[in-house]
Design a protein around this ligand. Structure first.
Ligand code: GLU
Length: 468
C-alpha cells in the first residue's frame, strides 16, 4: 500500500444522467477517504466531446451535491489535460516502453488475420524497429507490453486477478491524430492527482491490467485497486431501464432523501454486521474497502423504503415542509405562505406512514384545499339528515373547545360520541370527508389539529350549510 495519505476519486463520464452505480462508487470512495483521513477528489472524464455537454457535466455535479458527497478539491477535467497526456507518452517513448507504429491500415488488417490464425494478439513489426528508421507517414503510439509472464491486479475486493501478458496486445496510447486514449489518460490523471486507491466498478477490472502496464512503463507506483461488484435489479439482472429507476435524479424525484440513499447505498456490497440503519459518522468509522463483498448487490425497494421512512421520521419538520411544498408546486398545488404553519403541523402527524416524500406530499394535500371543498359522492351519501344534525352539534362543541391539539381533540371526539350514545364510526367518515374531501388525511384529531380551529370549523360549516 502506498506510504502516503489516502487519495480516492470518482471519475464519472458525463452521459446526461448519473447512474446509481456511480453514486455508490462515489460513496465508497468518499467513505474510504473520510475513514482514513485522506482526500476524496473528482475528475470529469469528458473526452467524448459530443456527450460531455455543459448540461451533462452539471448533472454529475448536481448528483454529487444532492448526495452530499463533496470533493476536497476543485474538479479535474480530463479533456483539458491532453497535452500532459502526450507528455507522458513522450516519457514512455524515451524510456523505450512505447513505440511509434507506422503500420498502414492494410498492414494492420493483414497482421490481424495472421494473429487470429495463430491464436495470438496483434504484434506490430515496429515494436523492434529503431526510431531512426521511421518513415514519413502517420503513426500511432503503442505501449510495448511484455510478451511473457503475468500481470497481477492485486484487488482488495476480488483478490489477486492474474492476466497473462501474451493475451494483452500493445495498447494504443496516442491515436494517429495525436489524441490520447482512455487508459493512458486515466493513468496519467490518477498519478498526477496523487490517487492512492482506485475504487470503481468491476467493469473496469480488465482496464486495471492494462493500466498496470502503463504505470510500470512510466516507472510510477501502481495504486491500490478495489473493483466493486455491479448493482443488480431485484430480479438479479443487471440494473437497467426496466427496473423503475437507475439515475440518481430519479431517486430524488421518487422522494428518497439523500441521507437515506447514502445509508442504503452503503449497504449495497458492504455492511457492518446486521446494522441496517446507521449515521454517516458510523459508516465512516466502520467502512473499510476490504470488507466489500465481491458478489453483485441487489437493489431491494422494500429495504430502501424502510430506510427512507426512518430518515423521514428523523428529518427536521421545516426541511420536510420545504421538500413537500416543492412537490406540491410541481403538481400545480402551490402552498401560499399563510399555509406554511398548517403544513408544518400536518407533516409530523402523517410522516410515520410515509415511505417517500411523495407519500408525504399525498397525505398533506388536504391542508392546501380551498374552501368550499368538493365532497366526493360517497361523502354526500353519508351526510344524511341525521349525520348533518350530529355534525352540527359537534361543530358547536368544537367551537367552544379551548385546547386544540391531538390529545385534547381525541378526548373531545370520544366524549361527543358518548354523549350521542353512538360509536365514532357513525359520524367519523363523514367528518373526515368534510375536513379533507377525497384527499387522504390523518385520523380525525390529527386532521383537526393540522387545519386549526378556524379552518376546521369553516370546512365543517361549508359542508353542513344547505347549499352544500
Ligand atoms: N469514467 C469511467 C466511468 O465512468 C470510470 C473510470 C475509472 O474510474 O477509472 O465508468
Amino acid at each position: 500500500m502506498p506510504d502516503r495519505p489516502v487519495v480516492t476519486r470518482i471519475a464519472p463520464s458525463p452521459t446526461g444522467s448519473m447512474h446509481i452505480g456511480t453514486a455508490r462508487t462515489a460513496l465508497f470512495n468518499w467513505l474510504y477517504a473520510r475513514h482514513t483521513g485522506g482526500k476524496f477528489l473528482i475528475r470529469v472524464e469528458d473526452t467524448d466531446r459530443e456527450r460531455s455537454t455543459e448540461a451533462a457535466v452539471q448533472v454529475i455535479f448536481e448528483g454529487m451535491r444532492w448526495l452530499g458527497l463533496e470533493a476536497d478539491e476543485p474538479p479535474v477535467f480530463q479533456a483539458a489535460r491532453a497535452d500532459r497526456h502526450r507528455e507522458a507518452v513522450d516519457a514512455l517513448l524515451a524510456r523505450g516502453a512505447a513505440y511509434r507504429d507506422y503500420m498502414t491500415a492494410e498492414e494492420l488488417e493483414a497482421e490481424r488475420e495472421a494473429a487470429r490464425a495463430a491464436g495470438r494478439v496483434v504484434l506490430s513489426p515496429w515494436r523492434d524497429i529503431a526510431p531512426n528508421d521511421a518513415p514519413d507517414r502517420p503513426f500511432v503510439v503503442r505501449l510495448k507490453s511484455p510478451l511473457t509472464g503475468d500481470t497481477v491486479v492485486a484487488d482488495k475486493v476480488k483478490g489477486d486477478v492474474r492476466f497473462q501478458n501474451k493475451d494483452l496486445d500493445d495498447l494504443i496510447l496516442l491515436r494517429s491524430d495525436g489524441s490520447p486514449t482512455y487508459n493512458l489518460a486515466v493513468v496519467v490523471d490518477d498519478h498526477d492527482m496523487g490517487v492512492t486507491h482506485v475504487i470503481r466498478g468491476d467493469d473496469h477490472l480488465n482496464n486495471a491490467a492494462r493500466q498496470t502496464l502503463i504505470y510500470q512503463g512510466l516507472g510510477w507506483e501502481v495504486p491500490v485497486w478495489a473493483h466493486l461488484p455491479l448493482i443488480h435489479g431485484p430480479d438479479g439482472a443487471k440494473l437497467s431501464k426496466r427496473h423503475r429507476a437507475q439515475a440518481v435524479s430519479e431517486f430524488d424525484s421518487m422522494g428518497y432523501l439523500p441521507e437515506a440513499m447514502r445509508n442504503y447505498l452503503a449497504r449495497l456490497g458492504w455492511g457492518h454486521g446486521d446494522d441496517e440503519i446507521f449515521t454517516d459518522e458510523q459508516a465512516i468509522a466502520w467502512f473499510d474497502i476490504v470488507d466489500v463483498v465481491s458478489a453483485p448487490a441487489r437493489l431491494d425497494w422494500a429495504k430502501l423504503n424502510h430506510i427512507n421512512n426512518h430518515y423521514i421520521r428523523q428529518a427536521e419538520i421545516g426541511r420536510l415542509a420545504d421538500l413537500v411544498s416543492a412537490i406540491h408546486e410541481s403538481r400545480d398545488l402551490p402552498a401560499p405562505p399563510a399555509l406554511r404553519p398548517v403544513l408544518e403541523r400536518a407533516v409530523p402527524l402523517v410522516r410515520d406512514g410515509a415511505k417517500t416524500l411523495l407519500d408525504l406530499a399525498d397525505s398533506t394535500v388536504f391542508v392546501l384545499m380551498q374552501r368550499p371543498l368538493v365532497l366526493p359522492e360517497k361523502a354526500l351519501g353519508q351526510l344524511t339528515e341525521e349525520t348533518r344534525a350530529r355534525l352540527g352539534r359537534l361543530a358547536t362543541r368544537l367551537a367552544a373547545a379551548t385546547a386544540w391539539d391531538v390529545p385534547a381533540l381525541e378526548a373531545e371526539i370520544r366524549a361527543f360520541a358518548e354523549s350521542e350514545a353512538v360509536g365514532i364510526g357513525k359520524f367519523g367518515p363523514a367528518l373526515r370527508a368534510c375536513l379533507a374531501g377525497a384527499a387522504s388525511a390523518p385520523d380525525l384529531a390529527g386532521a383537526l389539529t393540522a387545519l386549526g380551529q378556524e379552518e376546521s370549523l369553516g370546512r365543517l360549516h361549508d359542508a353542513l350549510s344547505p347549499a352544500a
